[in-house]
Write a protein that binds this ligand. Structure first.
Ligand SMILES: NC(=O)c1ccc[n+]([C@@H]2O[C@H](COP(=O)([O-])OP(=O)(O)OC[C@H]3O[C@@H](n4cnc5c(N)ncnc54)[C@H](O)[C@@H]3O)[C@@H](O)[C@H]2O)c1
Ligand SMILES: [Zn+2]
Length: 349
């Protein structure tokens, strides 16, 4: 069942109402070492909850951390009628969702995303999981939170690069919606953000994902539109990791969106002014991920092995224009190399 999604900057009251309605036998809260410090003290309703803390960072989205959380749930004597509140970024909502979905065959959970990336992408849509044996999100289940409470009031303490990482997913959603929505985001005063005002943009963006997921909850087809920017983005992210100079997921996606907008222009006449507007924003706000033509074979290898590619083809979601995505485009190596050449030109590298 799809989650109730509530947009509010009064999270404490919304959470109090949710707990009152659900009447759980116990409330467990999962935080990481950062959200325990920056966010938990802002929510007095959770003062009497049983707090489970995990170390911060993607490297802890692991089976060891999951085991630790299950043990803590047992030690708290949590029954099937307990409620888990996942208070954190995507690491916490993914791992906490899986812990809740599997403990005693499943207890209800509420996601309260505290990063922009988690609000826009991770907390809604029913995917939970951990990384396993070197592979990302290898183990997990589809399981919806009973409620997702989305607020922009926690974003003020985010590192700038974490904020920009989530912003790239907003750009993607805007490109899947309309030219006007993309223009709005490209014109936003990111360095002097009015967080209350920003919540309406977050709501618009999250609803793009919700509408797409509602049409294809288990990712059998249309949900692949959400892959926009990610075939190239994942390859750039993997290349940066391999070089020992990791970049955020959103930085790679932003550069992936530019390259895939180039491919969209080449294959489907995506309008050139939108492409240039996006590229200028990404160059100024994120900076290029540096590549040379010597990196192309490695990038192509990553793209052929992307988990969303079938039969080793390079598969991309492209756009005829903003709001008109086309899934399952097979891209030749030659076209991808041309697009990467143009990406480098547009980024000034
Ligand atoms: N389930 C899905 O559909 C889905 C979709 C997209 C991403 N994801 C997953 O989400 C994860 C990435 O999410 P993320 O970027 O939120 O990662 P994260 O949870 O690791 O958070 C990034 C950093 O920000 C810190 N942080 C969180 N909230 C903060 C706050 N309010 N103030 C200051 N610091 C704060 C965290 O402690 C962490 O150090 C990945 O594991 C990815 O696979 C899942
Ligand atoms: Zn993404």
């Amino acid at each position: 069942m799809a989650s109730v999604v509530t947009f509010s900057n009064n999270v404490n009251d919304v959470l109090a109402d949710a707990i009152h309605t659900l009447r759980p036998s116990k409330v467990l809260v999962l935080v990481d070492s950062n959200t325990s410090r920056c966010v938990l003290p802002l929510l007095p309703i959770l003062e009497s909850a049983h707090v489970i803390t995990i170390p911060a960072g993607e490297q802890h989205k692991s089976i060891d951390t999951l085991t630790h959380v299950w043990k803590q749930m047992q030690q708290a004597d949590a029954t099937r009628h307990a409620l888990m509140v996942n208070l954190g970024g995507g690491t916490v909502t993914d791992l906490g969702g899986l812990a809740a979905a599997t403990y005693k065959r499943g207890i209800p959970f509420i996601n309260v995303p505290t990063t922009l990336l988690a609000a826009i992408d991770a907390a809604v849509g029913g995917k939970t999981g951990i990384n396993f044996n070197g592979l990302k999100n290898e183990i997990g289940v589809f399981c919806d939170a009973v409620q997702v409470i989305i607020s922009s009031c926690f974003f003020g303490t985010l590192q700038r690069e974490e904020l920009m990482s989530g912003y790239a997913e907003m750009l993607k959603h805007a490109m899947l919606t309309s030219h006007d929505e993309l223009d709005r985001l490209l014109g936003q005063q990111i360095d002097d953000m009015d967080w209350d005002d920003f919540l309406s943009h977050v709501e618009t963006s999250v609803n793009v994902k919700r509408d797409i997921v509602a049409k294809d909850p288990l990712e059998n087809g249309w949900r692949r539109v959400l892959n926009l920017g990610h075939t190239v983005g994942h390859a750039l992210e993997s290349l940066a990791l391999q070089r020992g100079t990791p970049v955020t997921h959103g930085h790679a996606v932003a550069c992936g969106l530019v390259t895939e907008a180039v491919l969209s222009h080449m294959a489907l006449q995506f309008p050139s002014p939108d492409l240039h507007h996006l590229a200028t924003f990404v160059r100024n706000r994120y900076g290029a991920i540096h590549i040379t033509c010597n990196d192309y074979p490695t990038l192509l290898q990553f793209m052929h092995h992307d988990k969303k590619s079938r039969d080793g083809e390079i598969n991309c979601t492209l756009l005829r224009q903003c709001g008109e995505p086309v899934i399952d485009n097979n891209i030749s190596e030659a076209d991808m190399q041309t697009a990467l050449d143009i990406y480098r030109d547009l980024m000034g590298i």
